[in-house]
Design a protein around this ligand. Structure first.
Ligand SMILES: [Zn+2]
Length: 393
């Protein structure tokens, strides 16, 4: 009986951890437990100080009359740390399990940084945000860490030499654990973007989601049944290497005509650099596009069409509720999204995209950092929660 009770309690805690805040009725619905079981567990959590109550917030589930009382986990129930390594930056944050970010910091970091240099900087930042938040290190349940490269699920090592040369062969999670003295899970940037939009952004409340990150590279984070889909080796979602144009430009993966060679910010910037006879950066692409430059808008539109072909195939396979376009090029808005939507509707089977929404991500450059925090909240099976469970006794 004790293990059944403990299992039910873990289900309620996991549901709160994923949602941040929820009513008792919502908890009963998502856990499949009876309302009375949920009420008993929530009372225990309130009595032990692990959870607190707040008034219902607009935007929650629709109810007639008075908004329901909402429940969320307190900082004493645990904290999450997120680390995001980009090609040019490092961001670190700490949050509680009600999804409130308590402290956050960032700095520029060279794309060619070595793993050793990066991890040392990250460890210093973790100390800094914990101190700033007045947070007890012993309450940190885990650390989510994002790297802009495919991660081998079995070894935890970075797989692609051309993407992150300073990290190749490094067991990033083990190295970070040794420095931080905390459990660390590593994920690639597109998967974290997907989790972030699910927890905080445009995919909130959804369970079937495809997140497309369009930056220097292109990748997808796939959510099915509310869970991240990684594939057997961690390579699921490499949509950037879907072949769109047989015989097209040579890709860094060795193939030709991959989506990434046609629609990444780098490929657009390279084409504009030639036509303008000046060095054009990814940021400049967006500026030119917003300023109405015809060539920039044309190229971003072409990128939208190319991405649309790949997304249409993805929709035929996965039939998601929504496709969220993030990364640098997501900021191009309708110039990118309109041709993307048109192409998806033309190429996918109608029933796969009938109710599909295709929208821009809303979290911008913080998406991966928030996703690293969301990894700790959503993927509870990947992090032990001994303190939460021991207090059940
Ligand atoms: Zn490729």
């Amino acid at each position: 009986m004790a293990s059944l009770r403990e299992g039910n309690r873990k289900r309620v805690i996991d549901a709160l951890r994923e949602r941040g805040i929820a009513s008792r009725a919502e908890l009963a619905r998502v856990t499949g437990l009876s309302r009375s079981t949920v009420s008993t567990i929530v009372s225990d959590l309130l009595d032990s100080g692990l959870a607190g109550e707040r008034d219902g917030e607009p935007g929650g589930e629709a109810h007639a009359g008075r908004p329901p009382v909402m429940v969320s986990l307190n900082p004493s129930a645990g904290l999450a740390v997120g680390i995001d390594f980009g090609h040019r930056h490092l961001r670190v944050a700490v949050s509680d399990l009600s999804h409130t970010v308590l402290a956050e910091t960032w700095r520029e970091l060279n794309v060619d940084h070595s793993a050793d240099h990066g991890l040392t900087a990250a460890a210093e930042f973790v100390d800094q945000v914990l101190e700033e938040a007045g947070a007890d290190r012993a309450r940190v349940l885990g650390v989510g860490m994002g790297l802009p490269a495919p991660i081998d699920r079995t070894t935890g090592a970075v797989r692609a030499a051309s993407i992150l040369p300073g990290w190749v062969g490094v067991d990033a999670a083990a190295e970070a654990e040794a420095r931080l003295g905390l459990p660390v899970e590593v994920e690639n940037d597109a998967n974290l973007g997907a989790l972030a939009e699910l927890a905080w952004g445009a995919a909130k409340g959804r369970s079937e989601v495809a997140y497309i990150k369009v930056s220097t590279g292109i990748g997808a984070g796939l959510i099915s049944g509310g869970r991240l889909q990684q594939g057997v080796g961690g390579t699921a979602g490499e949509i950037g290497h879907a072949v769109i144009s047989d015989g097209g430009p040579v890709c860094r993966c060795g193939n030709r005509g991959c989506l990434e060679t046609l629609a990444s910010t780098r490929s657009i910037a390279d084409l504009l650099s030639v036509s303008r006879a000046e060095e054009v950066s990814g940021r400049r692409v967006l500026e030119l596009c917003a300023a109405g430059d015809a060539a920039a808008q044309r190229l971003v539109g072409d990128a939208g069409r190319a991405i649309g072909v790949a997304v249409a195939n993805l929709c035929n396979l996965l039939n998601p509720q929504c496709v969220i376009v993030g990364g640098d090029l997501g900021a191009a808005g309708e110039t990118l999204l309109e041709p993307l939507r048109d192409t998806v509707r033309r190429n996918a089977i109608p029933s796969a995209v009938e109710d599909l929404e295709i929208v821009a991500g809303v979290l911008g450059e913080r998406a991966e950092l928030l996703g690293a925090l969301a990894l700790v909240m959503h993927e509870s099976d990947r992090f032990a929660t001994p303190e939460l469970l021991s207090e059940a006794a």
